[in-house]
Ligand binder design. Structure first.
Ligand code: CA
Length: 419
């Protein structure tokens, strides 16, 4: 790990409310208006062009290999934690207030672009997608609404982080429009299925870990060594069609109600950047089996927000304020469980947390929970109510960790629904 000093400053002017302090240094892929694609690091409202920096030999003291001329971060991520740390340290040296780049206008002109002048691209070639169900309050609330509080949780829930394998083909970036899906839906009056557009389109507030290093088939990852494999985190919106899901899911679980779209935020925030925001996980009772016992703090204190804006509204309406610290099963436990049978993970896999809810009504991470299975309508503006999402609604998830010294932001994942 390479932790940037809490008092460090960049020679780049960074607003105090910026997501991208010098303590953050998240990785992304951007494209200029001329179509030139590069890997970069966000710093304030600028991007530091890593491909260009590599071409100019600014990383030659670490390696002469070219990791950043690729369209994706996979080649770099595959190198593992010691290489990630060495590059993070070097990037910090190049961007801090004592950097030789500070007064070198010729070099700076080549190395920095404004974020507003470029568009973001999906930062990794996504291999596979797994979605967990790791928030106690979400599982309990949804289970209570369906089966009553006594039977809210399935008997396995507190013993293992349950999950399903999703699709990577439909993972899209923030900004992509989301098409309202159609499918089989049960007509409650006739108790027979009809084919229709979903009437119960929902968001799910999640975080996803990006797997950096391959693990070996047949070799589980020790829960206390999982950080060697996790490159960083992104925000995830696991779009869900509740009516399609309800009819199809028994007995094999989520399918077409989920795999029509999953969107992610463009900047990958590293575990190194998040290290100062580690926090103890909730007490687990019963104590999990040995292979799930993690030494130390397993959770992160990351504020998470969901906002909705209809086609008629000028401003966003904040519908959810949650936090990743509410996860019952930490990302380290999720990864250890995923590989305990010998299943391997690969560079570019995304493992998402499941909807993250707290115990307060304003901390609920999806509309199914907020509207109590679609029974309660909520006001999102003076003139509009919602039970589920309508066409032209834009849903924006954002996240940040903050202390007295600096802020580590994720930016956002924002997508508009079309018919
Ligand atoms: Ca989900």
């Amino acid at each position: 790990m390479y932790i940037v000093d809490k008092d460090a400053k960049s020679f780049i002017d960074i607003d105090i409310n910026s997501d991208f302090s010098i303590q953050n240094l998240p990785y992304g892929v951007f494209q200029t208006q001329e179509g030139d694609r590069s890997i970069g690091v966000a710093i304030g409202d600028m991007i530091f062009n890593l491909r260009k920096a590599e071409e100019l030999g600014l990383f030659s003291q670490i390696s002469n290999k070219k990791f950043f001329s690729s369209k994706f971060l996979n080649k770099f991520m595959k190198q593992g934690r010691s290489v990630w740390s060495a590059y993070r340290k070097r990037i910090f040296e190049l961007l801090n207030q004592d950097s030789f780049l500070k007064d070198n206008i010729d070099l700076s002109d080549q190395l920095f672009v404004k974020q507003v002048d470029v568009s973001m691209c999906i930062p990794i070639k996504v291999k596979e997608f797994t979605d967990f169900y790791s928030s106690y309050h979400h599982a309990f609330n949804v289970g209570s609404l369906i089966r009553g509080p006594e039977n809210a949780l399935m008997p396995n829930w507190k013993h293992l982080p349950v999950a399903y394998h999703g699709r990577s083909s439909s993972i899209v970036l923030s900004g992509e429009k989301i098409k309202r899906p159609s499918g089989q839906i049960l007509n409650p009056e006739t108790q027979s299925p009809i084919f229709s557009k979903t009437k119960r389109l929902d968001f799910e507030l999640e975080m996803g870990m990006i797997i950096g290093k391959n693990s070996k088939l047949g070799q589980p990852i020790d829960v206390n060594n999982t950080h060697e494999y996790i490159f960083g985190l992104v925000l995830v919106n696991d779009w869900s069609a509740r009516d399609i899901q309800t009819w199809e899911y028994r007995p094999l679980g989520p399918f077409l109600g989920k795999n029509f779209a999953t969107s992610i935020s463009p900047w990958i925030v590293t575990l190194d950047a998040l290290e100062p925001f580690k926090i103890s996980s909730p007490i687990q009772d019963p104590t999990p089996l040995n292979y799930l016992r993690f030494n130390g703090k397993g959770n992160y204190d990351i504020n998470l927000t969901v906002e909705i804006k209809s086609g008629l509204m000028k401003d966003n309406f904040t519908i959810t304020e949650s936090n990743s610290k509410f996860l019952y099963w930490s990302i380290f436990q999720q990864l250890a469980h995923h590989t305990i049978n010998g299943c391997n993970v690969r560079t570019g896999d995304i493992l998402a947390s499941g909807t993250i809810s707290g115990d307060d009504i304003h901390q609920r991470g999806c509309l199914l929970e907020i509207t109590e299975l679609g029974k309660k309508s909520i006001s999102i503006s003076a003139n509009e109510n919602r039970i589920f999402l309508e066409d032209n609604d834009t849903v924006t998830l954002s996240g940040y960790a903050k202390n007295n010294n600096f802020k580590i932001g994720f930016g956002s994942v924002s997508n508009k629904i079309y018919e």
